[in-house]
Design a protein around this ligand. Structure first.
Ligand code: C2E
Ligand code: MG
Ligand code: MG
Ligand code: MG
Length: 281
């Protein structure tokens, strides 16, 4: 408990841009306790079809709220969960809880596909495909309603095991998405060996694209590639109406970003969906 207090007071220094590595104080016990207590929360960010503005999917983004009202971001705690061998337990719990939220939305007439980020480490275990399928089906969800996002970077160092896990997940019906496309230096040859169903253009190319020819070129080439490989395509980081319109003109399928909605707790998602109006509508 003393350690936790130290982390919490330290966290503000980090959040404020200080160099103090608060995460160095997070012990394996604290992480395990946080999993057991369901202290991590699944938040959700909507994805809308550019064609008609309809919200058809959500991406689950994990959050770790602190008792003092602070919030630890996933880029800080995911690496710790990975280091301490807890990423599988974390991922399985968050997937199950996200499926439960999805089912509640479906019951309320909101049929949303669910996207979940999967760490490269989870793909190193041959049993992962069976386990993820069992979890999803255990919550009454068809794997076809779930998209697993794998960063482009983690496909680069893909072992034979991870490639076969991905293939088995696809055979079970899961969608497979290349996250942060354009940032990971993965060869197109390697990417084409994984049965992906979706490509997400990294936010670095989308945000600000209307004024930057270089970004626009990457977006157009990504969309062209996705079309030819028959992949669904999502533009990340859409913050303005101009960025929305650019993606729509280029024939991008889906948009995700603060323009449509920020990540919110499950309880707030229905009102985000109800309040959303696409640009020009
Ligand atoms: P990601 O999967 O690429 O998720 C998109 C990130 O961009 C999220 O950051 C989201 O909040 C942020 N974002 C979305 N729209 C906008 C926008 O319009 N503008 C800006 N500036 N940012 C936007 P977040 O939630 O901090 O997550 C960061 C990364 O952490 C994620 O990147 C993902 O790789 C990882 N992550 C989050 N949750 C999980 C999880 O449950 N498991 C694993 N393995 N990784 C996770
Ligand atoms: Mg993602
Ligand atoms: Mg991404
Ligand atoms: Mg990204």
């Amino acid at each position: 408990a003393g350690k936790l207090a130290a982390v919490l007071s330290n966290f503000h220094a980090v959040a404020a841009g200080g160099a103090s590595p608060a995460e160095a104080l997070v012990s394996v016990d604290m992480l395990r306790e946080a999993i057991d207590a369901e202290a991590f929360q699944p938040w959700f960010q909507p994805q809308a079809e550019l064609r008609n503005g309809k919200i058809v999917a959500v991406e689950m983004l994990a959050r770790w709220p602190q008792q003092d009202g602070g919030m630890i971001e996933p880029l800080r705690f995911i690496p710790l969960l990975e280091q301490h061998g807890l990423i599988d337990a974390f991922t399985e719990q968050m997937l199950a809880r996200s499926c439960r939220h999805r089912e509640a939305w479906v019951r309320d007439g909101l049929d949303l596909k669910l996207a979940v980020n999967i760490s490269a480490l989870c793909l190193g275990d041959a049993a992962t495909a069976d386990r993820l399928e069992a979890i999803v089906r255990g919550e009454g969800v068809d794997p076809a309603s779930v998209v697993l996002e794998i960063t482009e970077g983690s496909v680069i160092c893909g072992s034979p095991t991870s490639l076969s896990v991905l293939a088995r997940l696809r055979l079970k019906g899961f969608g497979l998405s290349i996250d942060d496309f354009g940032t990971g230096y993965a060869s197109l040859s390697r990417l084409s060996h994984v049965p992906f169903t979706e490509l997400k253009i990294d936010r670095g190319f989308v945000t600000g694209a209307p004024g930057v020819a270089r970004k626009k070129a990457v977006i157009e080439a990504s969309i062209d590639l996705a079309r030819k490989l028959d992949l669904r395509i999502v533009g990340e980081g859409v913050e303005t109406a101009e960025e929305w319109e650019l993606l729509a003109r280029c024939g991008c399928g889906l948009a995700q970003g603060y323009l449509i909605g920020r990540p919110v707790p499950a309880s707030e998602l229905p009102s985000v969906v109800a309040d959303w109006r696409r640009p020009g509508a």
